[in-house]
Ligand binder design. Structure first.
Ligand SMILES: Nc1ncnc2c1ncn2[C@@H]1O[C@H](COP(=O)(O)OP(=O)(O)OP(=O)(O)O)[C@@H](O)[C@H]1O
Length: 264
């Protein structure tokens, strides 16, 4: 047996960092797929892998040969099976990158005050509309899209391309209005479209009280670089979804903070 000293010789600080980085990536990936159908696929793959180890240990050459052949195209198959999760993972890394997170360089160019001023002007109509819809328990689903090109679900409703205002949002979601069903999509401070049908999340761990409106809000943030506000018609509660997760029953102050962060 090798002495412990030999075992760890050549094991330096970068190996520790290496292991920590891999562990972090695995953690990020699992936190993204948790509660989705991808977990069942992973369990299935793990069972197949165990079976493979078994047939190899028993020296069953035909089965081992088949598994080896399948494994050679396995990486491509995995990319296809997990394309949605990989996409979300990359989006999350992109949105959280140093350049995006550290807005210090923006403040350096524009000054702190200007940046916050621009943000608040952008979000004020949204906050005000949410306050009023919360009080009147008007159901609403508002999506903030970063990139609407080539994403059908942002354009499958009524195209508006109108300037964002509190009254426009209230009018769209007013219960008797023809556009109140579905989602409003906002991009670059413009109301791009209304009555949009969004993809629903397949997350099976959500509480049953979250119906289709909330599931659509979560769904759209899973497949695109967007965030979404939900106002519950039942309770008037405001919720905020991002990266496939939802914070329910948030205050308007919290909503303002989320929007300040995400719309800058
Ligand atoms: N796929 C979808 N895309 C966009 N909007 C949707 C979608 N599915 C349902 N909705 C909206 O959600 C409304 C139904 O909401 P539902 O009551 O099921 O949701 P909920 O999450 O329980 O919200 P609430 O608390 O407002 O009742 C529909 O009238 C429609 O406006």
């Amino acid at each position: 047996m090798e002495p412990a000293g030999d075992l760890f010789s050549g094991f330096g600080i970068f190996d520790v960092i290496d292991i920590l980085l891999v562990a972090f990536l695995i953690y990020l990936f699992f936190s993204l797929v948790r509660g989705t159908i991808a977990v069942n696929i992973l369990i299935g793959l793990f069972l197949i892998f165990l079976f493979y180890l078994l047939v190899r240990a028993l020296e069953m050459r035909l089965m081992t040969g088949i598994f080896d052949k399948v494994a050679s195209v396995g990486v491509i198959a995995l990319i296809i099976v997990f394309q949605e999760e990989i996409r979300r993972f990359l989006l999350m890394i992109g949105r959280n990158s140093l350049l995006n997170r550290n807005k210090g360089w923006l403040r350096f160019v524009f000054g702190q005050k200007t940046l916050e001023g621009v943000n608040y002007d952008k979000i004020k109509p949204i906050i005000e509309a949410c306050r009023s819809m919360k009080n009147t328990k008007t159901g609403a689903l508002i999506v903030f899209a970063r990139n609407i090109d080539g994403q059908d679900f942002f354009n499958n409703g009524e195209i508006l391309n109108a300037a964002l205002s509190k009254r426009l949002l209230e009018t769209i979601f007013s219960k008797n209005g023809p556009l109140h069903d579905g989602a409003v999509v906002i991009a670059d401070s413009q109301v791009v479209s209304a009555s949009c049908v969004l993809p629903l999340t397949s997350n099976t761990e959500l509480p049953p009280r979250l119906g289709l409106r909330h599931r659509a809000a979560i769904g759209i943030t899973e497949v695109s670089d967007s965030s979404a506000i939900v106002i519950s018609e039942e309770t008037g509660e405001v919720s905020y979804a991002k990266y496939g997760r939802i914070r329910t029953n948030i205050s308007l102050l919290e909503l303002e903070k989320f929007l300040q962060r995400d719309m800058s």
